[in-house]
Design a binder for this molecule. Structure first.
Ligand code: NAP
Length: 473
């Protein structure tokens, strides 16, 4: 059984005691007390918790003073002392009272190397290692090593660090780790990817896990949105990041299966590249030529769908545009434009496509029976104008992708860019008196809600997702 281990790092014994009380109330089942966080080490260690097993950690180069403190901690009832593998102290205390630890803050070695390392660490105590996880390869190496370690029946601690390592914490029980280190509060997380005691307690041992892959993933706000939807629905669930460089994308299906991930969003730049890795692709995703959502069946089959289309349809509905027979201009000929054109033509709209590179607009138009019109030849008369280019995002030289002269009070405008929330195109549309205008946030929330519903069978609370996304109201 994996224990939720609250990391107690405070600068005074009184503060450590208060933090212990808070952690117990949140569901802590063990404590790691970081003596190295104290401003001064008191002679009296009786402030150490007694309610649950305690691991005492004290990182310092001064082994002689540490030796005394560790001995005192064990005498005061600490269950274990955590001693680094390169310290001479690792063999000083009884093996049953030592956690012999190793950290690599840059990478994860192969499963073979992990097992070799654990063999060495186990000579001095319970072996513990934490590795920086960079992507699917590292996650698979950890999972493979954990599988072998579990067969031994011996206690061990294995953690993947970094945002990409969060899944190893959420699935600590599957990995078989003796403890899962958790922060008492989010701002107290001692390692990236560390979840809080309350979150771990809420998740239990078998949460629903969903994920996002892409490269890079630092700026995605999908985890906030999906985790808010899990909370609002009362589902013990967690949405984690699995950043994947292109070369490691083929490993994604195995990661999804072996970490029992129910579904994943796929974002830039993998929406097309992921298709050959899937067992099935929905007709909508096929016509859009892109997958942004994967559903993993209980048998491990992967089906790709495209909920961006649902997001586009929801935005158009919110703009109150009836697509059948409507004249629609799409600016852009990339992935988002393709999803829009697929959605629009299927609903019977008359679609024109314009783009910086006209050859791409022409190819897309030919595929869907739409028209391609160069920017300089555009005239007014559209019921709906959609921007499916990044123009308008801060940092882009082109701010408005179409001539504003074509915007009239009869036009509705949908800008897929969601940051900033009021783009230059939306501001121009409002100034031109356009009858309805919406930015990309509506689409983003709607596609996220559609993915959530697909994975959980439960409608997402869009208001909770919107609040978690933040920004202007
Ligand atoms: P993409 O496949 O890379 O396509 C980008 C398109 O924009 C291409 O047609 C490109 O023209 C054009 N473009 C790029 N830079 C431009 C510039 N400076 N001025 C004018 N046109 C430019 O990207 P995508 O996946 O389609 O995404 C496009 C945008 O849609 C994203 O930036 C994002 O803001 C938005 N989006 C929003 C959501 C949402 O949920 N709200 C979802 C998906 C996408 P060329 O063909 O000439 O290169």
């Amino acid at each position: 059984m994996t224990l939720i281990c609250a990391v107690i790092a405070a600068d005074t014994p009184a503060a450590a005691k208060a933090m212990t009380t808070e952690a117990l109330a949140a569901g802590a089942e063990a404590f790691e007390v970081r003596l190295d966080a104290l401003a001064d080490i008191p002679d009296d260690l009786s402030f150490l918790p007694t309610e649950k097993p305690v691991i005492v950690t004290f990182r310092s180069a001064e082994d002689e003073s540490r030796r005394e403190i560790f001995a005192k901690a064990l005498a005061c009832g600490a269950a274990y002392v955590d001693i680094e593998s390169d310290s001479v102290l690792r063999s000083v205390f009884p093996r049953t009272r030592v956690i012999c630890s190793y950290h690599d803050f840059t990478q994860t070695p192969t499963a073979q190397e992990i097992l070799h390392l654990f063999g060495d660490l186990a000579a001095s105590g319970i072996p513990k290692a934490a590795f920086m996880v960079r992507g699917p390869r590292d996650l698979l190496e950890i999972r493979k090593a954990a599988f072998v370690l579990q067969q031994s029946g011996e206690l061990f601690i294995l953690i993947g660090m970094g945002a990409a390592g969060e899944i190893t914490r959420v699935r600590a029980a599957d990995i078989g780790s003796m403890v899962s280190y958790c922060a008492v509060r989010p701002e107290l997380a001692s390692a990236p990817g560390q979840i809080t005691v309350a979150e771990a307690a809420g998740l239990g041992t078998d949460p629903v896990v969903t994920a996002i892959t892409g490269w890079p993933l630092e700026h995605t706000r999908s985890p906030q949105m999906h985790n808010a939807a899990f909370r609002a629905a009362g589902i013990a669930g967690r949405y984690v990041r699995i950043p994947s460089p292109a070369a490691e994308l083929p490993l994604l299906p195995e990661v999804l299966r072996c970490y029992r991930i129910r579904g994943a969003n796929v974002t830039i730049p993998h929406k097309q590249a992921v298709i050959p890795l899937l067992s099935e692709v929905s007709p909508g995703a096929q016509s859009a030529g892109a997958v942004n959502t994967i559903l993993v069946s209980p048998a491990g089959n992967l089906t790709g769908t495209n909920t961006d289309i649902a997001g586009i349809a929801a935005t158009i509905a919110a703009l109150d545009v009836t697509l059948s027979g409507a004249r629609v201009l799409v600016a852009g000929a990339g992935g988002a434009a393709r999803a829009a054109v697929a959605c629009l033509t299927a609903a019977g709209a008359a679609v024109c496509i314009t783009n910086r590179t006209m050859e791409k607009a022409e190819a897309l138009a030919a595929e869907f029976g739409a028209a391609a019109v160069p920017l300089h030849a555009l005239n007014a008369g559209y019921d709906l104008v959609i921007n499916a280019t990044p123009a308008g995002m801060s940092g882009f030289s082109v701010e408005i992708p179409i001539p504003v002269s074509i915007l009239t009070p009869q036009t509705a405008v949908f800008d897929m860019v969601y940051e900033p929330e009021t783009t230059p195109l939306l501001a121009a549309a409002r100034a031109a008196g356009c009858r309805a205008v919406l930015g990309g946030k509506t689409m983003l929330i709607a596609q996220a809600a559609a993915s959530f519903a697909l994975w959980t069978g439960t409608a997402a609370d869009a208001a909770a997702m919107t609040a978690a996304f933040g920004g202007e109201s």
